[in-house]
Design a binder for this molecule. Sequence first.
Ligand code: ZN
Length: 656
Amino acid sequence: MDSRAENVKAVRKTKEEKKLLRKQIKASHTLLKHEGINTVSQPTEYLVVANGGLGNGVCRVQLQEVLDGAATVVSLLMPPNKPYAFVTYTSSDDAQQAHTLLNGQQLQCQGQMVTLYFSYVERIGCEQRESADLPPGLVVLEDYVSQEEEARLLQAVDWAEHDNVTVHKALKHRRVKHYGYEFRYDNNNVDKDKPLPIGIPAVCDPVLQRCLKDGHISIFPDQLTVNQYESGQGIPPHIDTHSAFEDPILSLSLGAKTVMGFRHPDGRSVAVVLPERSLLVMRGESRFLWTHGITPRKFDMVPAHGSEGSVVTSDPSNLTLNRRGTRTSFTFRRLRHAPCVCPYPSVCDSQSPPAAPAPDAPSLPRDDGDASRLEAQFVHQVYEEIASHFSSTRHSPWPRVRDFLLALPAGGLLADVGCGNGKYLGINPEVMSVGCDRSASLVQICIERGFQAFVSDALDVPLRGATCDACISIAVIHHFSTQERRLAAVTELVRLLKPGGRALIYVWAMEQEYNKQKSKYLKDSGDKENTQPVVGEGGHSVKQSPLPDVAEEKGSTESTPKLSVHTNRTAFNSPDLLVPWHLKGEEKNTCKHGGGSSADAKATPAPAPAPVFHRYYHVFQKGELERLCSLVKDVEIRTSYHDQGNWCVVLEKVPK
Ligand SMILES: [Zn+2]
């Protein structure tokens, strides 16, 4: 090799090194800024591995293999949901060797490439919460059935069968089949006088005999529900209806393990691993008071070793990811024929007083106090109640919002104010995205998806002013019920922007037909599943039952007219209205639902209709959003447009 070639090579190497150094410095800054982890330049035996966390989809085994390749690893801590891990080597020399060998190494995980950046830390800052206990009354018995029994049970379920012997429904999130009695998802109960022709299959007898002998039950169950969950499917949190079934409830997990989430009304939550072939017994408090559910996702955080059927704690030395397979659960229950007398009346449908009359349709607010009360009841409370169903209809990003996000410069900070289930937070991985929403349930969904999100009102976002390169407000500002509050929401968004930063705002348009094009919202009439969600109200089926005009029905005796209830998939006839949300037929929590209206019960005399919630909207008329934004200081409208039934603007903050 001549000297010229060597020189070129040296220059190239320096360039690569510089690039690596730049990226590493950026990674260190990110750790300090968002996680409070301080990296140091002199070698220690501790290294933080940026991008090597469970939150990036990196598995423990995978990372361990890489780390072992450099020197002997003393410990590896992977904190839950975090994008980094900590590794301890026996000496700072070993750590230095690992740093030299591994920094910048790429790792293929879950279909995407991550680059690992290593930095020294003085000590490992990883708080370890104490391990949680199982909910009282809950037992998980491992290996309760053998592999042969498991195979026999799974074979006994014929999903292809389409007769009326057993009831088989493809619910949105899973396949369900009932034996003995049908569990009805419209009223969350069973028809006790209408047994199905086929009872619990005989193939279940040996395991039920065992349960009887072992004292888990004192009487044979008479109802069986078989649920099949593909990877990525789940079931919303719920309590099995008290008046429908006795105590306890048994559930066999077959085919694959999953993690079931239990939650006490006081907010305590416990994640429990249900291994394949295990039996779950829910008795007493865990059956009556705690909700249980399965978060729809493809990977679960589970303990890396130790007891299988156990609580998932946040112990970072013992967490890894488990890829979900197809799990089939056999849930055995005994019908109840007398009212429930459990000690938990707050969640007991046998003991709760008859449903309180639904709130009257509100009037347009007269002052700010009125407005915030209206929004609390007809926006915040409703989103809290429908969060899980709402989130399940919000997957596809709106294309022009995505384009805006993808055009943002790398390394910038984005705030999504009113982020819902976080569907825009992961669009552009080159920017640091934070989301906030008024609904704690939706924020929880964001966090479970690994996003940075917090609960906040859009009128008072706890972020420093002039810090964001971009803000988005998608389908949020139309929920404010006075012009002053809508203006305050835009002003707050602009406050967050740096000079030169841009904000994208979407609000629902009064004009659902524009340039002779009907919006997706109008076109999606009828019972369609899985349509592209629209910002306003799309992506879920809506019954076309005409709703009475509440204003007319009640009579307008007051000076301020009552808000009218909008008929879904029709043109708007008023800028301020209540839009119904039909909660989809799923097993539900037995709690009473707020925000529902008696209007629907009157309009649909069918037995026990699915709960309907009403959300307040102010739909914007042409030019209104631009006029509103022009009242805000220090900002210019860069562009405005109509997009699928929404009015949209891009604002840019100008230097003062
Ligand atoms: Zn009860």
